[in-house]
Design a protein. Sequence first.
Length: 258
Amino acid sequence: MTQLLVGMVHLPALPGAARAADSMADIEARAVSDARLLFEHGFDACILENFGDSPFWKDTVEPVTVAACARLASAVRRAVPQLRLGVNVLRNDARAALAIATACDAAFVRVNVHVGATATDQGVIEGRAAETLRLRRALGSRVEIWADVHVKHGRALSHADIASEADDAVRRGHANALIVSGAGTGVATDLGDVRAVTALGLGVPVLIGSGVTAATVRAALAIADGVIVGSALEHDGKAGAPLDPSRLRSFVAAARGH
């Protein structure tokens, strides 16, 4: 199986956010451009994320955020239908992400805290797997749930070790894929954590969610089923900046062994 290369479409601040400045037309043009660049350079999927909306709501975002994300997700789907699309509504609005993904024919959602509880800069976030799975069933949706374990920018309160959270996320939370990350955006992921999760043999893909670069991607893909990469592909390696075609070329060449 070809390992997945998943790129981030980091959105600028959306209407209603504390730092909102750009028009929706400009945000849409950039999102579509970034998605096209990812596809043209050989990526398999992208995750559309309201990255610029910090400080984030802990769970339920405002209706304007849902509307904006739905517009942008739909635009990306129309522009690049061949690219698998994921949706992440920060910090942890899984219901909104699932609704957007279902309405826009996206393939998956990323859920930062799917099971257990995590201390974050938004406060303590509790997983709502029961709510998320029941909504998916009610919608008749086939959207996959990609769940973070020991999510970045947080400290797990209910699972002392990452393997136990991963086990619960799949066996009890019925996640379709797992994401293992470093401590924060762009921070290298501990490959020991990845091995601890893959060793469980849970039967779902395990992806590395932060800190992978062109220099480290081969080592990452030697133990994971895929990587999710954002800042390493963006201008000057700065999270939230537009994608840099030269960084994309270098990353894909390293990943695919070209």
